[in-house]
Design a protein around this ligand. Structure first.
Ligand SMILES: [Zn+2]
Length: 234
């Protein structure tokens, strides 16, 4: 009997059967996680087992992802694409106008039948940008209030080396488009980090004090973010 549990946004397939010990595997090609467990074992036990192993699980998934990233995406059915930290299976459909929507675990990309890879990628980029821009006002307002400082503008662009940057003189903050693929706490961390730069320009102890004050678990999110590699494409 197969079941599903979700631990820290990672979906794990649980299969109970007549065996003695629990087994955890991360499967190729896309890093699907599976636990096989003795039929008699309680769900709580499986949960804590998965939580104990979460670092290892993430590392294994990361290996598959890095492998996938080395090949350029084609935006065709079956590819894995992430939205706010969740993995979705891409499904390509054809129609006369472009559209991207989420249907359960699937990300439906509708484009014209004769579309090129570049056109499909552009449709996705546009959609990711829209997702990020929809989230930004609420989060920036929230954190500007907490921190007590306002940026002049927040802008979104695809960056290959930084999750965010801040032009202190112009009070202009740039947010990496790729954050729309990561868990939402990553976007929040970047917003806070860049806003704090308006109070302190370097990463010194004053800066760290501000971060501790405003976002006490910022180090965890920073590590999480550092474990993600930025896409060379998109
Ligand atoms: Zn910084």
């Amino acid at each position: 009997m197969a079941n599903k549990i979700v631990i820290f946004d990672i979906e794990i397939e649980v299969i109970k059967k007549n065996i003695k010990n629990m087994h955890l595997t991360v499967l190729p090609p896309d890093g699907k996680v599976r636990i096989t467990a003795p039929a008699s074992i309680k769900d709580d036990t499986i949960q804590s087992f998965a939580i104990d192993k979460i670092t290892w699980i993430k590392k294994q998934i990361g290996k598959f992802e890095n492998h996938q990233r080395q090949t350029k995406r084609e935006y065709v059915t079956g590819e894995s694409h992430y939205v706010w930290g969740r993995r979705h299976r891409l499904e390509l459909r054809h129609n006369y106008s472009n559209k991207v929507e989420i249907e359960g675990d699937n990300l439906i990309l509708t484009v014209r039948k004769d579309s090129t890879t570049q056109q499909r990628e552009n449709a996705m980029i546009e959609w990711y940008r829209k997702q990020l821009k929809e989230k930004l006002p609420e989060l920036t307002e929230k954190w500007e209030k907490v921190i007590g400082i306002k940026a002049d503008t927040f802008r979104v662009k695809n960056m290959l080396t930084k999750w965010g940057t801040c032009n202190i003189r112009d009070k202009r903050i740039w947010i990496n488009l790729q954050l729309a693929k990561k868990p939402i706490n990553c976007l929040e961390y970047v917003i806070v980090h860049e806003l704090v730069h308006l109070l302190e320009k370097s990463h010194n102890s004053v800066f760290v004090d501000y971060m501790n004050k405003f976002l006490p678990d910022w180090r965890m999110t920073k590590n999480e973010l550092n474990n993600f590699t930025m896409d060379r494409y998109l």
